[in-house]
Design a protein around this ligand. Structure first.
Ligand code: SF4
Length: 275
């Protein structure tokens, strides 16, 4: 069966040719592309299951598809062309494969990566149900850009029902303009990840989440950084103690996306940070 993709479906950002998009619409389109129902159960496309070195070792499932188009993204091109990549897996198969990889490497943690795991809510919640019952996996790290949970507090509550889940909410920008520049999404969507953080705070989920910020000084000015920190402070000052800061790394896919977006970064500066 061929997968229908709307002609306006956004791919990677191309300088001078890119039209900003509504990430909610892109979430729906992406869900239609990467998910399908089989006997009433939602399956999702994945490209691989592997052991990754981050978090001191974590079993990882590579999901297909995202609702943002960050120009610094390292994810494979399945992010941009989800119709071309991946195989559908049931939630049970996903958990079994995560556990298999975990056992192979002696990891007790698992995650979904390479795209946005909150697309396909029924699928994700079912995966989390299986993980909750899995003896081997002790911790599931849900890495999200916070777009979809910011639309619906119940999504946050549903995720928090699972005791093994810890959430990493990743912020891309500190102002609506910078958000549109870096992700290609409409500025109106800028608030959604902050709303997600607000929900976690209001649910009293301290210890169950933290905030990651793409605060690379090459793409975030001091003013933008201050604006972002002030926003977090206004939600709850304690959030400032939970921040993980990220920089842009030179993966092949990242270099390709930066080039297409017309963004030039000083890599000698990057090398100096790690030497
Ligand atoms: S960095 Fe994350 S949120 Fe941004 S496009 Fe890549 S996978 Fe999606």
């Amino acid at each position: 069966m061929s997968i229908k993709v709307p002609p306006e479906y956004p791919r990677y950002i191309k300088k001078g040719q890119f039209k900003s998009y509504d990430p909610i619409k892109v979430s729906k389109w992406t869900e239609e592309i990467v998910c399908k129902y089989v006997d009433g159960e939602q399956w999702r496309k994945y490209t691989s299951f592997y052991g990754a070195g981050v978090y001191r070792g974590i079993s990882t499932a590579a999901v297909v598809g995202c609702n943002l188009r960050c120009f610094f993204c390292w994810s494979p091109l399945s992010r941009d062309f989800p119709e071309r990549y991946g195989t559908y897996y049931s939630p049970k198969e996903v958990c079994e494969n995560l556990a298999k990889v975990a056992r192979k490497y002696g990891f007790r943690k698992a995650r979904l990566s390479c795209g946005e795991p909150t697309i396909g809510r029924d699928h994700l919640l079912k995966v989390l149900e299986y993980v909750e019952r899995c003896d081997y996996i002790k911790l599931f790290i849900l890495e999200t850009n916070g777009i979809l949970m910011g639309l619906d507090r119940d999504y946050v509550r549903d995720v928090l029902k699972f005791s093994k889940v810890y959430v990493r909410i990743s912020l891309k920008a500190g102002t609506p303009e910078a958000f549109t520049w870096k992700t290609g999404a409409i500025p109106q969507a800028f608030e959604l990840p902050f709303k997600t953080i607000e929900y976690f705070v209001e649910e009293g989920a301290w210890g169950r989440f933290h905030v990651a910020v793409m605060s690379d000084p090459r793409i975030m000015s001091k003013e933008e950084r201050v604006a972002l920190l002030e926003k977090l402070y206004s939600i709850d000052p304690k959030l400032l103690r939970l921040i993980e800061e990220e920089v842009v790394d030179p993966y092949d896919t990242t270099l390709f996306r930066l080039k297409e977006a017309g963004v030039e970064l000083d890599w000698s500066l990057w090398r100096s940070w790690f030497s």
